[in-house]
Design a protein around this ligand. Structure first.
Ligand SMILES: Cc1ncc(COP(=O)(O)OP(=O)(O)O)c(N)n1
Ligand SMILES: Cc1ncsc1CCOP(=O)(O)O
Ligand SMILES: [Mg+2]
Length: 207
């Protein structure tokens, strides 16, 4: 499976009261991956929302990824994204199976990416590249990590952190396959604008 395209990530505050219409608008514009990212402990709501998102993703032939929570990903039979403090990759791979998409946060460290590759990651994620209102304290990354990753790894490269239509082109030029975006996509005023932005992100990737 070739992982390349727009990778939309949900945010519970930004999408409060409009999660499904805004996600559907993004899917309409074209998503490779959708990540359900909800840092709350409301397990019942998380299950309900993730199930609804799985249904939408099936309709639009996109892959759903659950942030942080391997058990929820296993329960739904979908993918998983793990950060460096979210538990080890090897048991998650054993739990979810060989076909599951599992991503790993590697900040700006090629050693973390090489370890993730050895442990069976499906993609490696670097960032943040720009100021992010969603996660302002995330460690920073610069374009040279993408050059290193291209030279040393044979895995899809995901970039994240403050990405917008205005600043994404250099990331693509340096080898990014997946543009992971929260605010630059879902910060739009209307579902129509979300769809327009999603299409424009995909245009950037199809050069
Ligand atoms: C695609 C993608 N890349 C990086 C992250 C960040 O993961 P993590 O460092 O575990 O931080 P949280 O998102 O859990 O706050 C991500 N979620 N997705
Ligand atoms: C989860 C995460 N990890 C690093 S930056 C970030 C937030 C991405 O959101 P935005 O696209 O709004 O900066
Ligand atoms: Mg995490």
């Amino acid at each position: 499976m070739k992982l390349r395209g727009l990778y939309a990530i949900t945010d519970s505050q930004l999408l409060a009261g409009k999660l499904l219409p805004f996600v559907e608008a993004a899917l309409d514009g074209g998503l490779a991956l959708l990540q359900y990212r909800d840092k709350s402990t409301d397990d019942a709501r998380r299950l309900r929302e993730a199930e609804a998102l799985r249904g939408l993703c099936e309709r639009y032939k996109a892959h759903l990824i659950i942030n942080d929570d391997a058990e929820l990903a296993a329960r739904l039979g979908v993918g998983l994204h793990l950060g460096q403090t979210d538990g080890p990759l090897t048991p998650a791979r054993a739990l979810l199976g060989r076909q599951a998409i599992i991503g790993s946060t590697c900040h700006s460290q090629i050693e973390l990416a090489e370890q993730a590759a050895r442990e069976g990651a499906s993609y490696v994620a670097f960032g943040r590249f720009f100021n992010s209102s969603t996660k302002p304290g995330a460690p920073t990354a610069t374009l040279d990590i993408l050059d290193q990753a291209r030279a040393r790894l044979n895995l899809p490269i995901c970039v994240i952190g403050g990405i917008t239509l205005e600043n994404a082109a250099p990331l693509v030029a340096h080898g990014a396959d997946l543009l992971a975006v929260v605010h630059g996509l879902f910060g739009a005023e209307s579902p129509q604008e979300v769809t327009r932005r999603a299409r424009a992100f995909n245009d950037l990737l199809s050069i």
